[in-house]
Each structure stands twice: as structure tokens, then as C-alpha cells.
Design a protein around this ligand. Structure first.
Ligand SMILES: [Fe+2]
Ligand SMILES: [Fe+2]
Length: 367
């Protein structure tokens, strides 16, 4: 390796029309297994991570399958960082399905991480996903986005810190929230939703979407700068308790069973317990982390709070959280239109503050 571009039939005119995917792996076996999945649909070039990179063409996607616990693999990927950044999609197939490996992949620039054993259907779906932009010429290809990648990396690092019991970068996480606020102030919410859904999936995408929606909701309500900071900080941290839940449950396609649901519902209290003695974590963040699944009618969890005991920032965050969860992009199901998601919020009578749901309409539908 490296080996030349290959494809079914090998005819020049056919190759020209097929999107070019570059596969990197840390062993020949892994390389051929990934290439064999892709060769039917794409022009594929495979390369071992320990080889010298000699690609003449910029791929529309890079697929990397490697053990990210190995420092040599990490170094080899970092060495190729500038080249990898030019690909629209950077899909990491992470063998060890843990927050640590997944966050390592995001830190290395992944736009999507597929943990566990290689799933042919998932991989092909991720590459042919209509939510992602079509292969473009190098002059029009979008560059990696700073605010999105900074924020995704901050969220991934936060999950890793919890998992490993390491110090939490509170300032870095808030700073990432500020970048999102600047970005949305400049380009609006719709652009943020599109960019995030194109680059990320699952729990990380969710946190990025909630933060963006909460910021735009705050901006539309005309909250003060200090309240906006409270809001985006709370949003960045709100699901930190999910770090203790296996990704297989968090990102499971389809319905959760009763035990899985019960496990998910431990995350607000777990997040609160994790943050409560940390420096620089304000009471508003703690309140939001613990209570973002409470409803005004007392039917939420973990404390069954009612009405006045749920404060304004939490009410705003809860609406943003539900809306963001509904409009998440998952490769295995169609994305729910924003109007449909807003109608679901409107149907949650008694649970959410009516005046806020009405005020949320322009965020949900037009901004
Ligand atoms: Fe949550
Ligand atoms: Fe959430």
C-alpha cells in the first residue's frame, strides 16, 4: 500500500463519475475489509496508516479504521491532518465503543464516528446520506468549520473527563458556547442546524443542536448578555450525566426498552452529582443540569418539580432540548421537519410554559 484507485469494472469513464473515497487503516486486514464494502459504490483508494501518504486526488470522504488507543495510529492520523481536512466527510470506524475512543476520533477531526463492529449498511448510508452535501469541486468544497469543530471537541472532551475522572475544562466549554453564540448571531439558526447535522450524529450532535437552539431562543427573547452566557453554558453541560451511559444505549436506533429508558433517566441527577463540587460551575448550570427534564405539571424527573420551582433558564432549556431532540438527523430515519416538531411542543399542554412555547414559534419555524 498505497494501492491505486480501484472500482468495479475499472473503466476510466465509470471511475470519473464515481465519488472518490480514501480509506485508511492500521492493518492490511482492516483495510481490505473496509475497501471491499465500498468498492461497489465508490472509487476507492486504500492506504495503511504506516505508509507514506501519496494521494494525488482530494477524496470527497475519508474512512478511517484504526485502534485509537495506539499512539502511533494517532500520530499517523495527525500527520495527515491537513489533507484529511479537505474531505467533506471524515468517518471514523472506532472499534472500542467508549466515550474515550469516540472523543479521540472527534478530536482528530471526525465528522462522524461509527463505534463497534463495522456495519456495512450504516457505513454506506453515512457516505450516501442525502443530508450531506454532494461531492463538490475543490474550489467550492466547504472548509471544516471552526465553531462546530471547537464545540464538538469541547463536548467530547467533557464526556471523556467524566469517564476518566479527569479535570473538566469549564472555561474551554463555556468559550465553545460563546463561539456558537457568535456564529448564530452572525449567520442565524438555520445555518447552524444544517452545518451540525451534516457533520455530527448522536449524542454529540444533540448537545450542539440544543446549545444552538437555546442561544437563538435567548436572542429572540432579547435576554441580557449575562443571561445568554448562562443559557449557553447550561446548554453545553446539560447532558453531561450521559457520559456514564454506554453509547450503545444513547445512540441506539429505534425505541429503548424499560431498563434502557430507566438508565437514561439517571442522567440529570448523575450530571448534577458530577458537577456540584466543581469550581466555576454556577448554581444556574447545576439547576439546568438537574432539572431540564422537569415539567410544570410535575410529571418530569428526577425531582417531580412543579410550576414556580422551575426557573426561567430551565424552562427555556427544556423547550430547546425537546425541539432539538425531535429535529436531530439520524442516518436511519428521515429528519423531522421543524414545523412538525413545533406542533409536538404545542401539544405538550400543561408541561411547558405556554407563553414561552408561543414565543418559540419564530425560532422553530423561521429563524
Ligand atoms: Fe437530558
Ligand atoms: Fe438533552
Amino acid at each position: 500500500m498505497p494501492r491505486p484507485v480501484q472500482g468495479r469494472g475499472g473503466r476510466q469513464e465509470t471511475e470519473a463519475a464515481r465519488a472518490f473515497v480514501h480509506v485508511l487503516a492500521d492493518s492490511s486486514d482492516k483495510l481490505s475489509s473496509v475497501c471491499s464494502i465500498l468498492e461497489r459504490n465508490f472509487a476507492v483508494a486504500g492506504e495503511r496508516l504506516d505508509a507514506q501518504a501519496k494521494l494525488s486526488q482530494v477524496p470527497f470522504a475519508v474512512v478511517i479504521r484504526a485502534d485509537l488507543r495506539d499512539v502511533n495510529n494517532i500520530a499517523a492520523i495527525k500527520k495527515r491532518a491537513a489533507k484529511l481536512a479537505k474531505a467533506q466527510k471524515r468517518i471514523f470506524l472506532v472499534e472500542y465503543s467508549s466515550h474515550v475512543s469516540v472523543s479521540q476520533a472527534y478530536a482528530l477531526g471526525a465528522t462522524l464516528v461509527l463505534p463497534g463492529t463495522v456495519d456495512r449498511i450504516k457505513l454506506l448510508a453515512a457516505l450516501t446520506d442525502p443530508a450531506a452535501p454532494a461531492a463538490a469541486s475543490s474550489s467550492t468544497r466547504p472548509q471544516p468549520d471552526n465553531a462546530v469543530e471547537t464545540a464538538a471537541t469541547a463536548i467530547a472532551s467533557m464526556f471523556t473527563a467524566v469517564t476518566l475522572g479527569e479535570p473538566l475544562d469549564v472555561d474551554g466549554t463555556k468559550e465553545a458556547g460563546r463561539k456558537i453564540a457568535d456564529r448564530i448571531g452572525e449567520h442565524g439558526l438555520s445555518e447552524w442546524l444544517t452545518t451540525v447535522r451534516r457533520h455530527h450524529e448522536g449524542t454529540y450532535q444533540h448537545c450542539l443542536l440544543v446549545t444552538g437552539v437555546a442561544i437563538d431562543f435567548g436572542l429572540s427573547l432579547g435576554v441580557r448578555r449575562t443571561d445568554l452566557e448562562r443559557l449557553y453554558s447550561a446548554a453545553m453541560f446539560h447532558d453531561i450525566g450521559k457520559a456514564q451511559i454506554p453509547l450503545a444505549i444513547l445512540d441506539k436506533p429505534g425505541r429503548l426498552d424499560a431498563n434502557e429508558r430507566a438508565m437514561i433517566e439517571t442522567h440529570p441527577a448523575a450530571g448534577y452529582a458530577f458537577l456540584k463540587d466543581r469550581e466555576k460551575i454556577s448554581p444556574e448550570i447545576l439547576d439546568a443540569v438537574r432539572h431540564h427534564h422537569e415539567y410544570l405539571d410535575g410529571s418530569g424527573y428526577p425531582d417531580g418539580l412543579c410550576g414556580e420551582s422551575i426557573n426561567d433558564i430551565v424552562r427555556i432549556l427544556t423547550i430547546s432540548d425537546i425541539f432539538a431532540a425531535l429535529i436531530e438527523h439520524r442516518h436511519y430515519k428521515p429528519t423531522m421537519p421543524r414545523r412538525e416538531a413545533y406542533n409536538i411542543l404545542c401539544g405538550m399542554t400543561g408541561k411547558l410554559e405556554k407563553a414561552l412555547v408561543i414565543a418559540f414559534k419564530q425560532v422553530a419555524l423561521t429563524r
